[in-house]
Design a protein around this ligand. Structure first.
Ligand code: CP
Ligand code: NVA
Length: 305
């Protein structure tokens, strides 16, 4: 049976940890697995811009012996020029896997339902699971463990990145606190799923609106842009609302002294994070960006090998 990676919840805790082991091995020697996806092609469908996702999938599949095919918004226009069903039915005969970055999460669900080849979610309005895999791989590298002695605090908008961070934390048994302005909390269904999952692992997922209160005892402080792709028209309004949630040196001082700072990038320096924090020794943002490559190579290997 083919498998997809649309959400972190498509993998069990054991599978996530196994893929981290594999990713770490791949990281030691980038050519060690260079025959594993020999001759396979991964289509990369992008309906939104990207630096990291595009580069790491492109380079990653090549390092595994395969090829990538970039399909821009102009070429496909999913659901407009052609239905998602028809795109799926064409591509499954031409390539061996599809990565999609799009708007509505339903599009990746539909693609996975109709295509007989693995579908990987490269970001939707709801979730960013590949990001969360790279994030927890980075936390494992810096903190040496992933369990309920670790507290991850996400400060900012309750968006796709926050959702996947909660899902992965819950699955791995890591505590996740989310600190958002009122009205910008995570999606209610994602929230319910994450809380239930965390309970079975002895971990806690909570919302604390006061950012100073939230970051107390944090091992990891994480933020993301205040206006995601597709929300550009709300940028100015959101700047006013989110200002108290800026991650600056003062906010970092309320966390543990050895807390690390994380951001999926791209960052809007001076808005959600100051230069002082993102350029500080506590910041691991470029380790995190690099780990997109290793984490996704492991995901492709697991789905396409
Ligand atoms: N973090 C992330 O997904 O970056 P890109 O939007 O550049 O792919
Ligand atoms: N929340 C951001 C993440 C970008 C990687 C967005 O969706 O634009």
């Amino acid at each position: 049976m083919k498998r997809d990676f649309l959400s972190v919840r498509d993998f069990t805790q054991e599978e996530i940890l196994e893929s981290f082991e594999l990713a770490r091995d791949m990281k030691k020697d980038r050519m060690k697995y260079n025959d594993s996806l020999k001759g396979q092609t991964l289509a990369l469908i992008f309906e939104k811009p990207s630096l990291r996702t595009r580069t790491t999938f492109d380079v990653g599949i090549q390092q595994l012996g395969g090829y990538s095919l970039y399909l821009s918004p102009n070429e496909i226009s999913l659901g407009k020029r052609e239905s998602v069903y028809d795109v799926a039915k064409n591509l499954e005969r031409m390539v061996q896997g599809i990565m999609i970055r799009t708007f509505a999460h339903q599009i990746v669900e539909d693609m996975a339902k109709h295509a007989r080849i693995p579908i990987i979610n490269g970001l939707t309005d709801l979730l960013h699971p590949c990001q969360a895999m790279a994030d927890y791989l980075t936390i494992l590298e810096h903190k040496g463990k992933l369990d309920n002695s670790i507290k991850v605090v996400y400060v900012g908008d309750g968006n796709n990145v926050a959702h996947s961070l909660m899902y992965a934390g819950a699955r791995l048994g890591v505590n996740v606190t989310v600190s958002t302005p009122r009205g910008f909390e995570p999606n209610a269904i994602v929230w319910k799923n994450a809380v239930e999952d965390a309970q079975t692992k002895g971990a806690k997922i909570e919302i604390v609106h006061d950012p100073i209160e939230a970051v107390k005892d944090a091992d990891v402080i994480y933020t993301d842009v205040w206006a995601s792709m597709g929300q550009e028209s709300e940028t100015e309004k959101r700047k006013q609302i989110f200002h108290p949630y800026q991650v600056n040196s003062k906010l970092m001082s309320y966390a543990k002294p050895d807390a690390i700072f994380m951001h999926c990038l791209p960052a809007h320096r001076g808005d959600e994070v100051t230069d002082e924090v993102i350029d500080s020794p506590q910041s691991v943002v470029f380790d995190e960006a690099e780990n997109r490559l290793h984490a996704q190579k492991a995901i492709m290997y697991k789905l396409m090998k």
